[in-house]
Design a binder for this molecule. Sequence first.
Ligand code: NAD
Length: 445
Amino acid sequence: MNDSTTPTPAEDPAALVARLRATFRAGRTRPLDWRKQQLTRLRDMLTEHREDIADALHADLGKPRAEAYRSEIDFSVREIDHTLDHLEEWLRPESVDVSGVFGERASAGTQYDPLGVVLVIAPWNYPAQLLLVPVAGALAAGNAVVVKPSEMAPATSAVIAQLLPRHLDTDAVAVVEGGVPETTELLAQRFDHIFYTGNGAVGRIVMRAAAEHLTPVTLELGGKSPAFVDAGVNTTEVARRLARTKFANAGQTCVAPDYVLTDPATARALETALAEAIEEQYGVDPAVSDAYGRIVNERHFDRLSGLLGSGRVVTGGQTDRAAKYIAPTVLAGVRPDEPVMREEIFGPVLPIVEVEGLDEAIGFINDRDKPLALYAFTDSDRTRERLAAETSSGGLGFGLPMAHLSVPELPFGGVGESGLGAYHGPHSIATFSHRKARLDVPLPA
Ligand code: NAD
């Protein structure tokens, strides 16, 4: 007998993958109708259980409700709706002309084949969106999926583990909860694709495990995404946009601007403007604002507290370990060798590093790992073109940080240390499919 207090024993990972692979081999996940049905059910799950999911996100990260809707639930729903609207078109086989080589009766083209059984491993910072958007992509491409939520967001992991099997085809989709031991066991299995979002150290573990089976991987990693602020821009508006993006989710966003690069005069103007923008957004005391989140756990709280000693505090700096609260903080006059500049911050701390101008900024960016995103605020087309041509980053955003990831037609992913591969919209279909070449040279009649 099983009641609500007795957890169902976890299925052996090898048996689980074999069960899902049998479903895939039977052809169940391939028809367009099945894919659309699963996407629709996933969408319904998100809308029917909007409140349950928002509650879980609040329990895990103190995530403000409006933010939970905007960046997790509604974001995922929008991505699914867009996929439902375009899936047929994205899956359409393409043809190439081979008549010159093989004659008029020959035909050739490409088609998207589903891969098989996909493993999706998600992080804790957007624990619903970063789990469910890849799952939607894998299902849209016609795969079976093993879903591994982050153990560091336990409430969200639990609600998803409870809801997914109620809404989706359990012969093709399975949730495995747990931490390192469970993930290690999963990684020992043979998958047809592994989609991992998280840090680069674990990214390497995932890629090593995948190499055993020659399994392709997508690695959505992080890094320090710079924001270059050109001389002469409207610093009041720049500060508003920086504050809105940097301090959302208490800075725990992979594409948040990590630090500002600007000239000394613009830095002075930005210091004041950022302090004002933060107050505008969260009031005089962000600790009592219901629009401001919390740090995920004590380990990250302690790590972040250790970064507050770099440079000079312009605004913020207050901390409360019991509440896992760190105020939105701006640090000015930060030197490149200080602790806050030596690792991805992943929290509500924004250092300003001074450079003489664009040449030095480009050199600074290129001396470091390729970032997941590069942002710039400038009124100059020449500056835009130089940044586009002379730097490498996963994405490039002018004027509004983070917004590129909400455009489903744009590939979202990193380059070098910030990741491998991309997804969203049609790019998810490319990621979770094999583009098969097909040639037909008929026998003579
Ligand atoms: P995390 O600690 O939740 O880890 C992510 C996943 O890896 C979890 O499911 C966890 O169970 C698993 N994992 C952890 N250790 C493991 C191990 N030794 N072996 C196997 N699996 C293991 O998340 P995190 O890594 O702290 O996430 C933060 C990082 O992720 C930051 O660097 C951030 O920039 C990056 N990130 C990137 C994106 C993106 O889309 N590119 C999005 C969010 C976060």
